[in-house]
Write a protein that binds this ligand. Structure first.
Ligand SMILES: Cc1cc2nc3c(=O)[nH]c(=O)nc-3n(C[C@H](O)[C@H](O)[C@H](O)COP(=O)(O)O)c2cc1C
Length: 369
């Protein structure tokens, strides 16, 4: 069959096996309850999409109260959240998909009204992309956040997830520590490329320790990163190679490269003119599986992406637009896959109202017919 390459099973290092090569990308839906607990609307949204992808990564969940970056963000910052998270894991897993919780701290990108006392924190006192002045974390606060990633992992295990994905991408706290733009510290957490790596690496170690201490069954650890920053100073491809080399040493289950466009080319830091994902895949080789993502809408797009030797392909917007993408290809009905939204699609596609509002208020983000 033409699309067989998408339907081979895959085994992760930790011992988890998934049925096919399609991953649901982590996507914030703004639909959890105000206290961060799981809502019925989000359960329905995942339930509608849980019959196809081998692996489903949830919306990012904040690990501390001062890491909340979105209204309606799911929280994993306290034990009371475990019951709801368990229902979420069960919903995702009901037809065999594996469930991964994305664990997150928004850092300077948190809106002041969502964090206690409006106290927005980051690596350094640098303004956010929205013009919010952040406060540099004290050393003991850095240690608390690292511990919180371990605690969040313990809660994910207790809730029955199959893994966690550490959110090191999209300009949030881990990336803020790695970036020469937002990290201007001169202590053990900043001042050189090596020291800027120490916060994300400390989190990886903490998460690994939590898994060793608490998981009784195989449990995945993935790491998501953005390969470049547009501004200077900012993360370049060259710096990303250093981050990738360090992550490879950590023996993770996967590395997920966050991109809007799978085939996008490097801006700077390399003379290689191939796409970023091809360059990264070559650098990592078969040491750690890579997940590629970005504007993959059709079965044809996915097959073409898969030909780069990337083992796993994630779909984000497309699974909002077409909840049954995988099932349709499996049934030979790929010609009926929807690749753009219609203005009255919200209910039919089981999209939570808050997510639908975010989509319609951001023209150009999603394709519309
Ligand atoms: C509604 C929406 C919410 C998102 N939320 C997250 C998130 O919580 N964590 C994350 O790492 N990426 C997030 N992303 C980025 C996606 O995971 C993905 O990288 C991006 O949309 C490009 O893939 P696509 O073209 O398949 O949508 C989000 C994207 C969308 C469309």
């Amino acid at each position: 069959m033409k699309y067989d390459a998408l339907f081979q099973s895959f085994n992760f290092k930790s011992g988890i096996e998934i049925e096919n090569r399609i991953v649901m990308a982590p996507m914030t839906h703004f639909a959890s309850n105000d206290d961060g607990s799981i809502s019925d609307a989000e359960l329905k949204y995942y339930s509608e999409r849980a019959n196809g992808p081998g692996l489903i990564i949830t919306a990012c969940a904040n690990v501390t109260a001062n890491g909340k970056a979105f209204p309606g963000q799911p929280a994993v910052d306290r034990d009371e959240m475990i019951t709801g998270l368990r229902t979420l894991a069960e919903t995702i897993k009901k037809n065999g998909a594996k469930a991964v919780l994305q664990i997150h701290h928004g850092g300077r990108e948190c809106p002041p009204e969502l964090v206690p006392n409006g106290d927005v924190v980051s690596a350094s006192d640098v303004e956010s992309s929205q013009g919010v002045q952040a406060r540099a974390l004290k050393e003991e606060e850095v240690a608390e956040i690292i511990r919180a990633f371990g605690e969040a992992t313990r809660r994910a295990i207790e809730a029955g997830f199959d893994g966690v994905e550490i959110h090191g991408a999209n300009g949030y706290l881990l990336q803020q520590f790695f970036s020469p733009f937002s990290n201007r510290r001169n202590d053990k957490w900043g001042g050189s490329l090596e020291k800027r790596l120490s916060f994300p690496m400390a989190i990886v170690d903490e998460v690994k320790n939590a898994v060793s201490a608490h998981a009784k069954e195989p449990f995945l650890i993935g790491y998501r990163l953005s390969p470049e920053e547009p501004h200077e100073p900012g993360i370049t491809m060259k710096e990303t190679f250093t981050l990738l080399d360090a992550l490879v040493e950590k023996d993770l289950d996967y590395i997920h490269i966050s991109l809007q466009e799978f085939w996008s080319k490097p801006r700077r830091g390399t003379t290689d003119t191939r796409s970023r994902i091809e360059i990264i895949q070559e650098r990592i080789g078969d040491k750690v599986p890579v997940i590629g993502v970005g504007s993959i809408y059709t079965a044809e797009d996915a097959i073409k992406a898969k030909e780069t030797n990337i083992p796993l392909i994630a779909l984000g917007r497309e699974l909002i637009i077409e909840p049954h993408w995988v099932e349709k290809i499996k049934a030979g009905e790929e010609a009926t896959i929807q690749t753009a939204l219609k203005k009255d699609d919200q209910e039919r596609l089981v999209i939570p109202a808050q997510l639908w509002q975010a989509i319609v208020n951001a023209p150009g983000w999603f394709p519309f017919n």
